[in-house]
Design a protein around this ligand. Structure first.
Ligand code: PEP
Ligand code: MN
Length: 348
């Protein structure tokens, strides 16, 4: 159930509704105060108790409406067209605040020198967030698995040198604390989207979490995975489309589901990220598809960059060289401006 308030409601009226909800065993209120709305989501198993409670709340002062949500992902669901979550990732950078955020860096952190060279290049080109894998989930156990804790330290130090917030993957609940101590954004990879213990563990932190879409996940399953993180009280969730399994994997690694971006905007208030690199899997396709993500309205774009892709220990085949990334950044600016103008035209 969802409760919307009148514009001139008072904090006491919100408090009264919260107490009413909390007085029912197994239910709790989740309050979202936006610029133009206040919404309470009733979290918990509500079946069979909804009707009476809904009518009682409808009669309370300050309440504009109390209605069913009708979707299992109660917290992730969008309740109102003006409801947008903005995630503050540090150093003045936000995801979902209206300005496109660019995440760039190597697939794997390989050495201090490698990460510094790439960080310098992407920062100069205008990227906002530095990514780099320290714990790498690999399809084959004999592939490079990352520098682990040593890589985390490099990411923290080099992100700091360039004033960039950092993003890196965490693969198991037991490593959440150490990754959260070193990085600004925790990434849940496609292979772990339904690792519920891991989702619960990152839900206990208050760090921004980039939740990548499972490679075969339907959008409702993805939003339900986000619900696990939100349920722990961590509201800083960013949904990253990274391509879904394709039947024609000779041409692209995955299918870039660009449509997922507007679908998510309709279904959820959470900000979005679009990762063309893992979607297409080939360097020469990355820039065109990145621009498609911007055109579709993604709040952030995530690109793998390497100064020497031919020597990369992972995902060199889909990494942009630094000069290619610089060119993409200029193209993104043009596309971002076009997108902004289109959104303004639609609002007229
Ligand atoms: C990555 O970001 O390097 C990665 C492994 O991504 P995904 O989980 O989308 O494959
Ligand atoms: Mn990668």
């Amino acid at each position: 159930m969802l409760v919307k308030f009148e514009r001139d409601h008072t904090p006491d009226q919100v408090e009264a509704v919260c107490s009413k909800i909390a007085s029912v065993e197994g239910l709790r209120p989740d309050v979202d105060i936006g610029a133009v709305h206040t919404i309470i989501t009733v979290v918990g198993e509500i079946n069979g108790r909804c009707e009476t409670l809904m009518h009682q709340i409808q009669a309370m002062p300050g309440v504009a409406a109390a209605e069913r949500i009708g979707r299992p992902y109660q917290l992730a669901a969008r309740k109102d067209s003006s409801q947008h979550t903005v995630v503050d990732v540090g150093n003045g950078i936000e995801i979902g605040g209206g300005k496109l955020a660019i995440v760039a860096g190597p697939c794997s952190i390989e050495s201090e020198e490698q990460l510094r060279t790439i960080a310098e290049g992407v920062s100069r080109a205008g990227a906002h967030i530095l990514r780099g894998g320290a714990f790498k989930p690999r399809t084959n156990p004999r592939s490079f698995e990352g520098l682990k804790e040593d890589g985390l330290k490099m990411l923290r130090d080099i992100g700091g040198e360039f004033g960039m917030p950092t993003q890196t993957e965490v693969m198991e609940p037991g490593k959440v604390d150490v990754v959260a101590d070193h990085a600004d954004i925790l990434q849940i990879g496609t292979r772990n989207m339904q690792n519920y213990d891991l989702l619960k563990a990152v839900g206990q932190t208050r760090k921004p979490v980039v939740l990548k879409r499972g490679m075969s996940a339907k959008i409702p399953e993805w939003l339900s995975a986000a619900e696990y993180i939100l349920d722990g009280g961590n509201k800083n969730v960013i949904l990253c489309e990274r391509g879904i399994r394709t039947f024609d994997d000779t041409m692209t690694r995955n299918t870039a589901d660009v449509a997922a971006i507007p679908v998510l905007k309709h279904e959820s208030h959470l900000p979005t990220m679009f990762d063309p690199s893992h979607a297409v899997g080939k360097t020469r396709l990355v820039s065109d598809v990145a621009l498609a993500g911007v055109a579709a309205g993604a709040d952030s774009i995530h690109v793998e960059v390497h100064h020497k892709p031919e020597e990369a220990l992972s995902d060199g085949q889909q990494s942009l060289r630094i000069d290619q990334f610089e060119a993409l950044m200029q193209e993104i600016q043009i596309m971002e401006e076009a997108r902004r103008r289109i959104v303004q035209m639609r609002q007229r």
